[in-house]
Ligand binder design. Structure first.
Ligand code: F6R
Length: 241
C-alpha cells in the first residue's frame, strides 16, 4: 500500500482527486463510496469537470452498498446521495442511468445482491473507499468473511451509531441491513483509492495498514491488493508507527 499523509482532509482529497483525474480513462467504470469522507473528493471531481479536465460522460459509476428498505425518496438512500454528488451540483458528466446501485427496495434483497454482483463483474477500474471506525470497507463488518461477494449484510451497533448523524442522531432510524459489495468483489478493482480522515479513524487506519490481515479489521485485506493508495490527514495517520 502507498500511504500519503497531508495536514488536512482537503489537501489529501485534492491529491486523491488528481490520481483519479490522471488515472481514469473514459469510458470506464468508477467505484464510488458514500459517507462523509469522499465529499471533498467529489467536489474536486465536479470542479475538474467544470474546467474540462475530467468527465464521467459515457462511463458508469458503481456504488459500494445500499441500505435495505430505505425509502426511495430518503435523502440518505445512497443512490440519492450519489446522484446529488455526481449528477447534481453541476455534475461530473455522469448520466443518472449510468449510476449503478444495489436495489435496496427489492422484494428479495439476496436476489438483488446476486444481480448486482453479476453486473459489477469483471470489476471497476478505480474503486474509491472510505473506512469505518471499526475497520469496515463497504459494509463488510468485523468478522464477516474475507472472501465474500455482494451480499446482504447486517450493520453492527458501532456502524449504526456512527451513521446516526445522518438520521437526526436517532439510531433507531438507521437501517439494520444493507446490500454491500463483498471483500472479494472490492478486491477485483484494478486500482483502489482509500481515504480516511479524523482521529476517530486512527486506530482502524493503523490496523489495516500495519496490522495483521484479519477478519477483525476487514480493510486489512487490502494488503493483498497490488494497487492501493491510502490518503490520510494527520489525525487519521496519528496511530501509524
Ligand atoms: C460507504 C461505505 C462505508 C463508509 C464508512 C466511512 O459507502 O461503504 O464503508 O465509507 O462507513 O463512513 P464516513 O465516511 O461517513 O466516515
Amino acid at each position: 500500500m502507498r500511504v500519503i499523509i497531508r495536514d488536512t482532509a482537503d489537501e489529501a482529497s485534492r491529491l486523491a482527486a488528481q490520481q483519479i483525474i490522471d488515472g481514469f480513462t473514459p469510458p470506464g467504470r468508477l467505484g464510488v463510496a458514500t459517507g462523509s469522507t469522499p465529499l471533498p473528493l467529489y467536489r474536486e471531481l465536479r470542479e475538474a469537470y467544470a474546467r474540462g479536465e475530467f468527465t464521467l460522460e459515457g462511463s458508469t459509476a458503481w456504488a459500494l452498498d445500499e441500505y435495505v428498505g430505505i425509502d426511495k425518496d430518503h435523502p440518505e438512500r445512497y443512490r440519492n446521495v450519489l446522484l446529488t454528488e455526481l449528477v447534481g451540483n453541476g455534475g461530473t458528466g455522469l448520466a443518472a442511468e449510468d449510476l449503478k446501485t444495489p436495489d435496496g427496495k427489492a422484494e428479495d434483497p439476496e436476489e438483488a445482491a446476486r444481480i448486482y454482483e453479476q453486473m459489477i463483474a469483471p470489476g471497476v477500474d478505480i474503486q474509491i473507499l472510505g473506512l469505518g471506525s471499526n475497520g469496515h470497507i463497504g459494509f463488510n463488518e468485523p468478522f464477516d468473511s474475507l472472501n465474500s461477494r455482494t451480499h446482504v449484510g447486517l450493520l453492527t451497533g458501532t456502524t449504526r451509531q456512527d451513521n446516526a448523524r445522518f438520521f437526526d442522531d436517532d439510531i433507531s432510524q438507521v437501517p439494520v441491513h444493507c446490500v454491500t459489495q463483498g471483500l472479494a468483489t472490492i478486491m477485483t478493482a484494478k486500482s483502489i483509492v482509500l481515504l480516511a480522515f479524523g482521529e476517530r479513524k486512527a486506530e482502524a487506519v493503523a490496523r489495516i495498514v500495519e496490522g495483521a490481515v484479519t477478519q477483525r479489521w476487514p480493510g486489512s485485506i487490502l494488503q493483498f491488493h497490488e494497487d492501493v493508495t491510502v490518503y490520510l490527514d494527520e489525525a487519521a495517520a496519528s496511530g501509524l508507527e
